[in-house]
Design a protein around this ligand. Structure first.
Ligand code: PLP
Length: 435
């Protein structure tokens, strides 16, 4: 028990750390949670108070905190090679990870380019698409297309294909805008495909690529759509000669029920971006996978026709080794089948909540569950967060959308606890019982 340590870390953090995605002044009232350690699905503060990590620490954690298998692999890697540059050198973790990811795409996307975060992966895919067309003599294909409400990261280039006002509006003058087309999650599949076809008919000669979040637009508030959209979009991209970029940073790694979300549409894109869960939530790592023909467009005696993009920590061996240990867990533990069973259990336990008088649009895909709350209150998310903490839950609604995206290792008891306490938290928040 150490209440003082808790308070001390909070005070020092608020003085020195500029927290992400946060209006710092809100922390005058909203609690900041000092995390001392983690084990499995639980995070602990310095008093030993525990919080169920119901959102996988921003959607990155798959197999729990302090996972023994991943820890063992990392300790071994630490004593072997912590880092070496990936230009001019190579190492086993990067090679093995690239090979295994290629195999997971049936070798359709057989070339892996590494970076450290999701936004960089998106920028890499955009640059590669444009540059591939340019190397093929079609430099006029330099425009991009994204969906309404899309989120692809917050660097300046990634914001160009992002359509979430709160992240984008302040930087609008800095941004090179993509075409924004109706999302199937809002307009429905047929209307969204129709809108895309109309744009392609007018602009295809200038379009390099369309980028989508397959099946679930997570940051938009877990907006879900049918896989048939992706099947039809693939056909449209083939018909008009436009690259398809699948941003699977949030939905990949089994989150929606298949390892890649695109598998549910029976298609492969031209680029897949992976990050978040790929390292098990341990280390910053992102990967862009692409096809032979794109790779071939850069393969030349002329250095400037190469893809000269780089980051200092590209292909970091520790991060790659964490990813290999994560892939081992998928292979050894029949994760996807077990996730289906757990999701059925959670669905059942959430039925009372789904029928709650103030709950709208209850939805799920794989291990993502979400619903909208019928309330007009800008402080809802912050109040829900505080009320959830009091009930040992770490949850952070997006506006008035409450969602769960737990690690895959939750036990049945923990799933039931999550369902019950989410309900309690909602009722407390609706009662304006501010924590
Ligand atoms: C999180 C996310 C990103 C950005 O990844 P960062 O590592 O935060 O830069 C991009 N696209 C999607 C779909 C994401 O969920």
């Amino acid at each position: 028990m150490n209440t003082e340590a808790n308070q001390d870390w909070v005070a020092r953090s608020l003085a020195a750390v500029w927290h992400p995605c946060t209006q710092m002044k809100h922390h005058e009232r909203v609690p900041l949670v000092p995390i001392a350690r983690g084990k499995g699905a639980w995070l602990y503060d310095h008093e030993g108070k525990r919080y169920l990590d119901a959102i996988s620490s921003w959607w990155v954690n798959l197999f729990g905190h302090a996972n023994e298998d991943i820890n063992r692999a990392l300790k071994d890697q630490l004593d072997t090679l912590e880092h070496a540059m990936l230009a001019g050198c190579t190492h086993a973790p990067a090679v093995e990870l690239a090979e295994r990811l290629a195999a997971l795409t049936q070798h359709t996307l057989g070339h892996a380019f590494f970076a450290s975060d999701g936004a960089s992966a998106v920028e890499i895919a955009l640059k590669m698409s444009f540059h591939a067309w340019r190397n093929r003599g079609q430099g006029e294909k330099r425009e991009f297309v994204c969906l309404a409400n899309s989120y692809h990261g917050e660097t300046i280039g990634a914001l160009g294909v992002t359509d979430v006002a709160i992240f984008k509006d302040a930087y609008d003058p800095l941004i090179r805008h993509a075409h924004v087309v109706a999302s199937p999650a809002v307009a429905g599949v047929d209307a969204a495909i129709g809108a895309m076809r109309t744009l392609f008919e007018q602009r295809a000669a200038h379009l390099a690529a369309v980028i989508v979040e397959p099946l679930v637009q997570c940051a938009a508030g877990m907006a879900m759509y049918d896989a048939s959209y992706l099947t039809q979009l693939r056909a449209l991209c083939d018909e008009f000669g436009v690259h398809l970029i699948a941003d699977e940073i949030a939905v990949g790694c089994g989150r929606t029920g298949t390892f890649f979300a695109c598998e549910q549409a029976g298609i492969w894109p031209d680029f897949v971006c992976l990050s978040k869960g790929i390292s098990g939530g341990y280390l910053p790592l992102s990967i862009v996978l692409t096809r032979d023909d794109i790779y071939a467009a850069f393969y030349d005696d002329d250095v400037t026709r190469g893809f000269l993009h780089s980051h200092s920590y590209t292909g970091n061996p520790l991060a790659c080794r964490a990813a290999l240990a994560t892939l081992d867990l998928f292979e050894n533990a029949n994760v996807l089948a077990e996730n289906r069973r757990k999701s059925a259990l959670l669905r059942e336990a959430l039925q009372p909540l789904a029928k709650h008088a103030r709950v709208r649009g209850f939805r799920e895909r794989g291990t993502i569950f979400a619903f909208d709350v019928d309330i007009d209150d800008k402080t809802f998310s912050r109040r829900f967060f505080a009320n959830a903490l009091q009930r040992e839950l770490l949850m952070r609604p997006i506006g008035t959308t409450v969602y769960m995206m737990p690690p895959y290792i939750l036990g049945d008891d923990e799933l039931l606890l999550l369902a019950q306490r989410t309900r309690d938290t909602l009722d407390a928040t609706l009662a304006r019982d501010v924590a």
